[in-house]
Design a protein around this ligand. Structure first.
Ligand code: PLP
Length: 374
């Protein structure tokens, strides 16, 4: 596997004591106290043993109820597999659905961990470009051009890391029609589904008429629980036992107290999610205003907490720009090619950073683009 471009900048930035970190997708908010308390209670009660591979029954039920209500879908607890973070849900689901040598359709740009997983699992990547002219929304006819006889699975991610775009429902309906026509499994990564700023993100499963969608979600971003490692997959009835079985030799199960914490997250007050969403929306508006005033083009993020910024005016490559920005201006951002070849004149910055640091980082970035461009 290639070394992650995020790591290179991260390591460099950590040698600079006053560096502003706009590279990591780590919520600046703490995990809400009632969620932490549920884990403390679980430990005090001695809830410290193995749990079933698919997760404790009360969490599977709480997830099924939550998704059924929020997404207007009928989800049964048997369809839910609880995993160590969304990352493990993705990995086990891909492993369960494919054989080495199969091909997987993936957007360019895309979150780099998908490509890493596909490489580890001996799968071919068929990268379909997301074009600026299409607002970085996948186009069904572009995806179709990349389908071959070995294509088995299509990965979708809306809201998107790194672009912040949300795929409109009518495009999802067309993509699902394509998946049916070519008999593709669809893995829909919806870990940012509750962090949208304008329109809600439509769940892909809503357009699934013949049980070919596996939806992945996580407590990491929604409830600021990245370190707890709780995510889940919602699978068609016959696929869930398979994903659960594949989990046995990899991670077996999620630790019990973290699962109790996840139950508390779902059963407790949801205002905490609304408050974080409002905070990210405020930062999105602030950053977009600063970039626009500074003449730096960027795609307006509709969800997740990233901004995809165009640095073509500087004439520098994404990597050159990111390295110079961290060395000269002490601001760390991620080079666009970390996410795919389409990112060669873009960088990604994270809106998850605390507001004052974020605005100082963006101020320096805008100044740098304008000075280096001239
Ligand atoms: N999917 C996307 C697009 C992400 O950006 C991330 C984390 O950054 C994840 C999945 C996995 O998150 P976790 O494993 O913490 O649930």
């Amino acid at each position: 596997m290639p070394r992650s471009g995020i790591r290179e900048i991260f390591d460099l930035a950590h040698q600079i004591p006053d560096a502003i970190h706009l590279e990591a997708g780590e919520p600046s908010y703490p995990t809400p106290p009632h969620i932490c308390q549920a884990a403390i209670d679980a430990l005090n009660e001695g809830f410290t043993k193995y749990t079933p591979n698919s997760g404790i029954p009360e969490l599977r039920r709480a997830i099924a109820d939550d998704v059924s209500r929020r997404c207007a879908l009928a989800v049964d607890p048997d369809q839910v597999v609880v995993t160590p973070g969304g990352v493990a849900a993705l990995f086990t689901a891909i492993k369960a659905l494919t054989d080495p040598g199969d091909s997987v359709l993936l957007s360019d740009p895309a979150w780099p961990n998908y490509r890493m997983m596909l490489t580890v699992l001996g799968l071919e990547v068929q990268a379909y470009p997301l074009l600026f002219d299409d607002g970085l929304i996948p186009r069904p006819e572009v995806i179709e051009r990349h389908i071959t006889d070995t294509s088995k699975l299509l990965i979708l991610n809306s809201p998107s890391n790194p672009t912040g775009t949300v795929i409109p429902p009518e495009v999802l309906a067309e993509i699902m029609e394509l998946a049916r026509r070519y008999d593709l499994w669809v893995l829909s990564d919806e870990v940012y589904d509750q962090l949208t700023f304008d329109e809600e993100a439509a769940p892909v499963a809503r357009f699934d008429t013949d049980s070919r969608v596996i939806t992945v979600n996580s407590f990491s971003k929604t409830y600021a629980m990245t370190g707890w490692r709780v995510g889940y997959a919602i699978c068609p009835q016959e696929i869930a036992p398979l994903v659960s079985k594949v989990q046995e030799p990899i991670t077996s199960c999620v630790n019990g107290p973290a699962q109790r914490a996840a139950v508390a997250a779902l059963m407790g007050p949801q205002e905490v999610v609304a408050a974080m969403r409002a905070g990210y929306r405020h930062r999105r508006d602030l950053v977009m205003e600063m970039l626009m005033q500074g003449g730096v083009p960027a795609v307006r993020p509709q969800g997740a907490f990233y901004a995809w910024v165009d640095i073509a005016r500087t004439g520098m490559s994404d990597r050159e720009f990111a390295l110079k920005l961290v060395r000269d201006r002490h601001v760390a951002v991620v080079p666009g090619t970390t996410f795919g070849s389409q990112g060669s004149s873009s960088i990604r910055l994270s809106l998850a950073t605390e507001t004052e640091l974020l605005s100082e980082g963006v101020r320096r970035l805008v100044e740098a683009v304008n000075q280096w461009a001239s």
